[in-house]
Design a protein around this ligand. Structure first.
Ligand code: PDD
Length: 262
């Protein structure tokens, strides 16, 4: 009778863990709190409580130097399957899975993506467990043997099935602004910091598919994929299919931050 199971009534987080240390802990906990506030679930733990539980789970998996901690909070169990609910005790579910990151040499080979209409709801900034559209897109990517599905809403490139998107044109980086149409990725925020570190101009503004196809570079980002260059979209090469130098700089800086901050 858990509403997470019955309705996808919950929020989640994915924390990347490197050598036992969580990268971006504060930002992930902040986004979790915002999601809980949005859907009116009282946070079952305070910051200290979360840190202690997450670290306990991490400690059971010390053999993996990279762990993705998945944390889901659902509204809890009810005694009837009604759309509405009363006051319930939230259910907390956590798991740790090892994850691998491709090497830089692998990433330099480039990756493919396809585009699709972004048919998701208009509250994509909530990290909700109800992910039907996202998983259908992700499965389509898998069936096509490509890395990601890039989503386009009313002509505007938003993000991807489970990652944010960046493009580079004439030494300036562009990414969709925060708001209801994208998940405010923690990796996205770290990439913005990396760009600032190098004094590379970065604009959080919208762009269309023509700009995407005409970009010098396209990348996607997420906590488990880090930052991946996309070199072909809908079977057309981006900038002759070459991985760009800006990606390489950002990738190196991200690796450095990972080892400092995690
Ligand atoms: N997904 N956009 C969407 C739709 C996502 O699902 C994700 C992450 C991101 C990137 O967010 P972050 O940088 O905070 O990981 C953007 C996670 C990894 C998942 O669902 O497994």
């Amino acid at each position: 009778m858990d509403r997470g199971f019955l309705f996808g009534d919950g929020v989640y987080e994915v924390f990347p863990v490197y050598n036992g240390l969580i990268l971006g802990l504060e930002s992930h906990l902040k986004r979790l709190q915002e999601g809980l506030d949005t859907i009116n679930i009282v946070n079952p733990y305070d910051k200290k409580g979360w840190i202690s539980i997450i670290n306990e789970l991490i400690s059971y998996h010390q053999e993996s130097n990279k762990q993705a901690i998945y944390l889901q909070i659902s509204r809890g169990c009810d005694d009837d399957r009604k759309h509405t609910h009363g006051k319930l005790k939230p259910t907390v579910y956590m798991q740790s899975s090892p994850f691998k990151s491709p090497t830089k040499d692998d990433l330099l080979k480039g990756s493919d993506a396809i585009t699709r209409d972004d048919i998701r709801w208009s509250q994509c900034d909530t990290k909700a467990t109800s992910l039907l559209a996202n998983i259908m897109f992700a499965q389509e990517a898998k069936n096509h043997g490509v890395e990601e599905v890039i989503l386009i809403r009313n002509g505007i490139v938003t993000e991807c099935s489970s990652s944010n998107l960046f493009l580079v044109k004439n030494n300036c980086i562009y990414t969709h602004p925060k708001g209801p149409y994208i998940l405010p990725g923690i990796t996205r925020e770290m990439i913005i910091d990396c760009a600032k570190y190098y004094d590379i101009e970065i604009k959080e503004i919208t762009f269309n598919k023509d700009s995407l196809m005409d970009a010098d570079e396209v990348w996607i980002s997420s906590s488990t994929r880090e930052v991946v260059p996309i070199t072909r979209i809908d079977n057309s090469p981006i900038n002759n299919g070459k991985v760009g130098e800006t990606w390489s700089l950002i990738y190196d800086r991200y690796q450095a931050i990972k080892s400092i901050n995690a």
